[in-house]
Ligand binder design. Structure first.
Ligand SMILES: O=P(O)(O)OC[C@@H](O)[C@@H](O)c1c[nH]c2ccccc12
Length: 260
């Protein structure tokens, strides 16, 4: 079984446990559930923002522990200050060391869009995202059927959430495109075996219809590559480890941005 299969298997249990603990009614009654989510597009294209979606990630299956001490409110505020267009916050518990409270803390500290970064396999998780104050959900093409992508995308958009579809190759892109998406992200990391290749972004960008925002995800560590990605047609750049592996992720982002 590859790592992605393991994550999805564990996720099914995590979701079942969460459902037993918190009812859909409870989620719908949370204060954040009533707020209107921010527009991902507006912040990605804003002149005074960098297009960077800055990620808070404590650990990952590929790298192990990345940062064991960073405070989510502090780091996300610093990302925001450094010009992030959006924040990405991992909520997967077992493989990425995240927790629901991380979204709540990031939400309380910031007024820019937040992506709930997780492996979405059930509508219940979309309701959680809304209840916790997230603005964007991620749908990973490699673990979902085209019908699930369409249905989850529609469900999320009906709640006012923005939808980011993640693909890793043309086949995934081709089968998964549907009207209920706002942005399409090309993951430069293969989630099955963790190999990274930024060329994946350049190879796929022109296959993404222009009606969608285009995001390049993962393994971005050189500020100089941002202008190439922009020139190729990308609107957004999802960066995690390059910032989180330092003692001061916010400062690392500031320095990165100054070199773009
Ligand atoms: O830390 P990096 O290499 O900058 O990558 C960030 C982000 O793209 C990566 O964390 C990611 C992309 N897609 C995912 C899906 C699930 C979990 C994590 C991810």
């Amino acid at each position: 079984m590859n790592i992605l299969d393991k994550i999805v298997l564990r996720k099914q249990q995590e979701v079942a446990d969460a459902k037993a603990l918190v009812s859909i009614k409870d989620l719908e009654q949370s204060t954040h559930f009533k707020r209107t989510p921010y527009s991902f597009k507006e912040f990605l294209l804003a002149e005074d923002r960098t297009g960077i979606i800055a990620e808070f990630k404590r650990r990952s299956p590929s790298k192990g522990l990345i940062n064991g001490t960073a405070d989510v409110a502090e780091v996300t505020k610093a990302y925001n200050y450094a010009g992030a267009s959006a924040l990405s916050v991992l909520t997967d518990v077992d493989f990425f060391g995240g927790k629901p409270d991380d979204i709540l803390a990031a939400r309380a500290a910031n007024d820019i869009p937040i992506l709930r970064k997780d492996f979405m396999i059930d509508e219940y998780q979309i309701l959680e995202a809304k209840a916790w104050g997230a603005d964007i959900i991620l749908l990973i093409a490699s673990i979902l059927t085209p019908k699930q992508i369409n249905d989850f995308g529609k469900f999320a958009q009906n709640l006012g959430l923005n939808v980011l579809l993640e693909v890793h190759n043309f086949e995934e892109l081709d089968r998964s495109i549907c009207p209920h998406l706002d942005a399409i992200g090309v993951n430069n990391r293969n989630l099955g075996d963790f190999t990274v290749n930024i060329q994946t972004s350049f190879d796929l960008v022109n296959k993404i219809p222009n009606e969608f925002l285009k995001i390049s995800e993962s393994a971005i560590s050189n500020p100089k590559i941002i202008s190439d990605l922009k020139a190729a047609g990308f609107n957004g750049f999802l960066i995690g480890e390059n910032f989180m592996k330092t003692d001061n992720p916010g400062l690392a982002m500031q320095e990165f941005v100054s070199e773009i």
